[in-house]
Design a protein. Structure first.
Length: 518
């Protein structure tokens, strides 16, 4: 009988009642059968029928975050690459730096079908900062799988061109050099405290803004609230490629060559200050060694699949393999490192001021009003077109399609305007409210200028020519840096629309100077 299958009732045979003797015999028999089925515990044998039913993977963070991406990547690799045909469900328990999920997993003791993704320093720091009654060391370690490259970044317009200049600024004005990163007690927080000590600054003078990571970090940096920030490479890569952020240094992995090969903290002489979290998988407390080995064997098969290797590439993760005891030893060692840094816990904390409900973001309301006005303008233009369908007896006249476009634009703009003018929902969390407050006016202005230029040059240069250029310009403003590709896509879309309206429907669009010969 496998320990992974729920045991059925065992009928008691009739016979004399000798409790002590039968208990002894039952114990010996159970041990013997267990040895026959699985072999000695130290033999390295695995249970072939695991998993015999569905698995549940808990991500102790929000959807889209690192814990969640790791959980869904594991589930996808196990199913799509044929490791197991059993159902795998992923659930989320965000909050308190992962300790809410930690407590939930601790309550599922003795069940090898419950797994949890995590990373070491974030959970350990959250455990200490939140005075969690449950310790990460109480769970059963399965394996360490990933290491994330952390980037130290500044806005593109920042005066700091290299890491040395940023460190000099922190030494000169520690309170004015505002840092933003992940949760309290996490790797970002501890790294900033360590860097402050290297700059001969007591950590309690440093301004550090703890966030949930990802979008909040970007928000603070792009709005100018923070001087510098720490985030995983996968989260900030799009903004770096768009030219909005500049990487000064990286830690925890190889320097990304496609992003200019920024120096590592180790290369700059700050290797001791970097705290690298290892991402991995844990199981509930109480698993025996055979059950632990079976889970480790399953994850070991998974990590060799092409599906998992693709997940590593997509998330800019480095691969590590720390099974069982090796992962446990790392967790205990890093727990000691985190506990030995009380200075990090005293780092001065600031949080963004809450947004009053009466201070609603202005730019979305202006944009909504402009689109609504544009919808009415298209409708007015459409009604000014003579309807040939009434005079010539055709089914569809030139007025029909402008009316359709104008009506659709007006409806969408009206719905957007209603949502914007209602204001910020007071039930939104701080991250969403802060994101609503921050507005990048430069892209808005560039898009308005591009549309104005399009309207002015449409009759001169022609529909398909100006539409092609407009598509490439808008893509550039929104972050694309593949100009040739964008021009080709814009040309294909513009030519398709031109031929559809001008040639098939007889609705003539401005040809411009470069008239088509067909």
């Amino acid at each position: 009988m496998s320990p992974f299958l729920p045991p059925g009732p065992v009928p008691r045979p009739p016979g004399p009642r000798r409790p002590a003797l039968f208990a002894l015999l039952a114990t010996v028999l159970t041990a013997a059968l267990g040895g026959c089925a699985f072999g000695p515990v130290d033999s390295g044998a695995t249970v072939e029928d695991y998993p015999a039913r569905g698995l549940a993977i808990l991500a102790p963070g929000s959807v889209g975050g690192g814990f969640d991406s790791r959980a869904r990547g594991i589930a996808s690799a196990l199913n799509k690459c044929g490791i197991t045909g059993q159902d795998i469900t992923v659930s989320n328990a965000p909050g308190a730096a992962g300790t809410i999920g930690l407590a939930r997993m601790a309550g599922r003791a003795d069940d090898p079908y419950q797994l949890m993704t995590m990373d070491t320093v974030t959970l350990l720091g959250g455990e200490i900062q939140n005075h969690s009654p449950v310790s990460l060391t109480q769970l059963t370690p399965v394996a360490g799988l990933t290491v994330s490259t952390t980037a130290i970044v500044v806005p593109a317009r920042s005066p700091y061109r290299d890491f040395a200049s940023l460190m000099r600024a922190m030494a000169k004005n520690p309170r004015g050099t505002k840092w933003v990163g992940g949760s309290l007690g996490g790797p970002d927080h501890i790294t900033v405290a360590s860097l402050a000590e290297s700059a001969h600054v007591t950590p309690d003078k440093v301004t550090y803004v703890p966030t949930g990571g990802g979008g909040e970090v970007l928000n603070m940096l792009l709005s100018g609230v923070a001087t510098a920030g720490l985030s995983t490479l996968s989260e900030i890569r799009p903004q770096v490629e768009a030219g909005k952020l500049r990487i000064l240094a990286v830690s925890g992995g190889d320097s990304p060559k496609d992003l200019g090969s920024p120096p590592t903290l180790e290369h700059l002489g700050y290797g001791k200050d970097a705290v690298n979290a290892i991402g991995g998988v844990m199981a509930p407390p109480g698993l025996n060694r055979t059950e632990q080995r079976a889970v480790v064997a399953l994850i070991d098969k998974m990590r060799h699949t092409d599906c998992w290797k693709r997940t590593l590439r997509d998330n800019d993760w480095g691969a590590v393999w720390l099974p069982g005891k090796k992962f446990s030893d790392l967790i205990h060692r890093q727990r000691g490192q985190v506990r030995r840094r009380p200075e990090g816990g005293r780092t001065r904390m600031t949080t963004p001021a809450p947004i009053p409900d009466n201070k609603r973001p202005l730019a979305p309301r202006i944009t909504a009003a402009a689109f609504l006005a544009a919808g009415f303008a298209v409708l007015a233009f459409a009604f000014s077109i003579p309807d040939a369908a009434l005079t010539e007896g055709t089914d569809v006249g030139p007025r029909a399609f402008p009316l359709l476009v104008g009506a659709g634009l007006t409806v969408v703009a009206a719905l957007n305007a209603v949502q914007c003018f209602r204001g910020t929902d007071p039930t939104q969390d701080r991250a969403a409210r802060e994101e609503a407050r921050v507005t990048e006016w430069r892209p808005v202005g560039l898009l308005v200028a591009a549309l104005a230029a399009y309207c002015l040059t449409l009759e001169i240069f022609g529909y398909w020519q100006t539409s092609t250029v407009l598509f490439a310009v808008v893509a550039r403003v929104l972050g694309s840096r593949r100009t040739v590709r964008d021009l080709l896509i814009g040309l294909a879309l513009a030519m398709t629309a031109y031929l559809l309206f001008d040639r098939l429907l007889g609705i003539h669009l401005p040809p411009g100077y470069l008239r088509l010969a067909f």
